[in-house]
Design a protein around this ligand. Sequence first.
Ligand SMILES: [Zn+2]
Length: 426
Amino acid sequence: MHNTGMLQASSSTVAHRPHCRFCNAGLQHVFVDLGMSPMANAYRSASEQDRMEPFYPLRAWVCDQCLLVQLEEFETPEQIFGTDYAYFSSYSESWLDHARRYVESVSTRFGLGPQSRVVEVACNDGYLLRWFLPRGIKVLGIEPAGNCAEAARAQGIEVAVEFFGARTANDLKARGYRADLMVANNVVAHVPDLNDFVEGFRILLTPTGVVTFEFHHVLNLIRHNQFDTVYHEHFCYHSLSTFRQILAHHGLQVFDVEELPTHGGSLRVYAQPQGTGIQPVSTRVPALLDVERQAGLTGVDAYLAFGERVKRMKRQLLRFLIDAKTAGKSIAAYGAPAKGNTLLNYAGVRNDFIDYTVDRNPHKQGMTLPGTQIPIHDPAKIFETRPDYLLILPWNLRDEIVAQMAGIREWGGRFLVLIPEVEVID
Ligand SMILES: [Zn+2]
């Protein structure tokens, strides 16, 4: 099992016979096939418009042994998340607030103070660790993207610019680092070598330490048709039951779980080193495992019905867009999230339907969306062109965006979401 060499096979071999990233069983079942798609975060500048753009199969599998939903790897994390990554967490106010509330909650619950050390894996621009600083708690961020690391350092956060895994954890431990709390938010899906990654937490955590993981819950992906959250940068999609097996394999015991509304329905899983029994196991753990069992997530069939539903949704959303354009309506989009790129590329929706999109992140403005070449502008553009519909691509932030952009109602503009189904918001 610890021989992860098989899991690191080159894309030319795994493309034909993929193996499970956790248990290494041969994968036989396709969960959803979204056709050919570019890397969802490969935004393109004006000078790149005339160049060829790589597209890769966007196909998720489910392992019939451990039920891990997973993608093959076509580009390495170095290529995806290396030097310059366009996603700065602090541009989302609701996400910043989510991080602040988390820090308050864990600091109280686990008695963290100036003697404690917190390590966050994939600290991005410091959106979370910054809230520990006023409490005098020592923090270390681990972040492979240099531009994100710089933004975090500018806030006084110590950052190691690296990918996390067993090697990094051992290096840090040898240099005297340890962690009373480790945080891994929305990163475990981005890791191709899942076993090596999880092993790193076991290594760096103190015997009394706690680790929390947040990730999109595959139960919500299935229940709420969130197929657009499938993209190449997400290698895995977890249920509690599968994730608990993975942690147990690396000596970590799940003792609590919370369901969060973030990203369309996430889990926050709390774990501790196995056998310590310091934190009692909450009744929420068996309760959620039972919900998953009842939803069929412990067998392969519930996963296999998903692909057909996604095809139906594509026809439904195209029907709406075609009718709107036939009626002479103009449509602009809000946001340039990775999930929007999966949706637009899968549906084949380009600027024949969507005139442009806008994003508050200045790093994305002036670029185009990968594949569809829809231009990204400053949100002010909405008020210049006054579109009839504003399609909210980051549907997980719909309330925030509807409030921010309420001004479109002045000219009768209406909000539109396509996930979990086509909905015009009045
Ligand atoms: Zn497996």
